[in-house]
Design a protein around this ligand. Structure first.
Ligand code: PSU
Ligand code: MN
Length: 323
């Protein structure tokens, strides 16, 4: 029997793991990393569970195209038929975008999907975990998971928080989703030692809106500074990732007051329908989409692509920057 090579942890001083028997890194991604070219990781839950068909597939492929056009390489990450994969092909993405049987995998579900051979959309936590295992430094997404309202009794806190606490990666997002308890989410990031960095803003973005009503813990105004901060954070031995909070562009944002009312109704219905756990986030996002006649979906796509553009700049700075 072939002896599996087990990669227990990634550390910059170790030789870059190319492929283990438990997860796969595409040749294109492997070669780009080996050549020191900029690579940006993308999650798959956004197109398996976050966005409705057929827009999900379009957006997944468009995100990749934007990265390539800007001069970097996309690495879309997910579990394809039981294999955690860094650098899914377009055909694999297409199959996953139309698969009704796939599951949503946080880090704890990765080995389960591997054992049972199912495909899985990877959440931010699981995507960051696999990206780091492959040696990728920058990851772009739309909105982060966080602490849900009522968490003081439900304990519903996304595994994205713990994931960012122990994964050394730059994550670009437009804040935690508006449906979450932002104050509690930010408190948790502080406890977990995760810097929340506003990109050219002092305000923590609220996903569909530029300002959630809360402040960030730090602010940086250039991709070069963000690259430098990751190097120094690591250089000091800090284990956490950096959260880059990039606000939705003004032209694409929704109206805050309208959104507040819709979110209150969404919460009411969620409780009435007894939806909880992993199903809560997709339920709430879909509710908001219907209540805004799809405008929330357009906003989601706009901020997603805007974050990708920033992530490419950071990835480029990282491969070039010193100090
Ligand atoms: N943001 C979105 N759409 C999504 C998600 C985030 O706009 O679908 C996904 C991400 O993959 C994130 C996950 O990691 O939701 C969080 O889910 P949960 O709250 O169950 O941890
Ligand atoms: Mn949850």
């Amino acid at each position: 029997m072939k002896q599996p090579r087990i990669v227990l942890a990634w550390h910059p001083s170790l030789e870059r793991p190319l492929m283990t028997d438990f997860f796969s890194v595409s040749t294109e991604v492997r070669e780009a990393l080996a050549a020191g070219q900029p690579v940006v990781a993308l999650e798959s839950t956004i197109f398996t569970h976050g966005l409705p068909r057929p827009r999900n597939l379009e957006v997944a492929l468009e995100g990749e195209a934007v990265i390539r056009a800007a001069g970097a390489l996309p690495a879309t990450i997910g579990v394809f038929r039981g294999v955690p994969t860094v650098g899914l092909s377009a055909a694999q993405i297409e199959e996953m975008a139309n698969d009704d049987s796939l599951i949503k995998a946080a880090t704890r579900e990765l080995a389960y999907a591997s054992v049972t051979g199912v495909s899985a959309g990877t959440t931010i936590a699981a995507t960051a975990f696999l990206a780091r295992a492959a040696g990728i430094d920058v990851f772009s997404t739309g909105g982060l998971g966080g602490v849900h309202h009522g968490a003081e009794t439900s304990f519903d806190e996304s595994a994205d928080l713990a994931g960012m606490a122990n994964t050394s990666i730059v994550l670009v997002s437009s804040g935690a989703k508006a449906i979450l308890d932002i104050a509690k989410t930010l408190e948790r990031f502080e406890s977990l030692g995760v810097p929340v960095i506003g990109y050219r803003t002092n305000r923590y973005p609220g996903f569909y809106v530029a300002d959630s009503g809360y402040a960030v813990s730090a602010r940086l105004d250039s991709p070069q500074q963000i690259a430098q901060m990751l190097r120094r954070h690591r250089g000091l031995g800090a284990a956490s990732g950096l959260l880059i909070a990039n606000p939705i562009p003004a032209a694409d944002s929704l109206d805050s007051e309208e959104l507040d009312i819709i979110i209150q109704r969404a919460w009411h219905d969620l409780e009435r329908d007894g939806v909880s756990g992993q199903r809560a986030t997709p339920y709430l996002l879909d509710y908001i989409r219907r209540a805004t006649d799809g405008r929330s979906l357009d906003a989601n796509v706009a901020l997603y692509l805007n974050n990708i553009r920033l992530a490419v700049q950071i990835a480029k700075s990282l491969v070039g920057a010193q100090g």
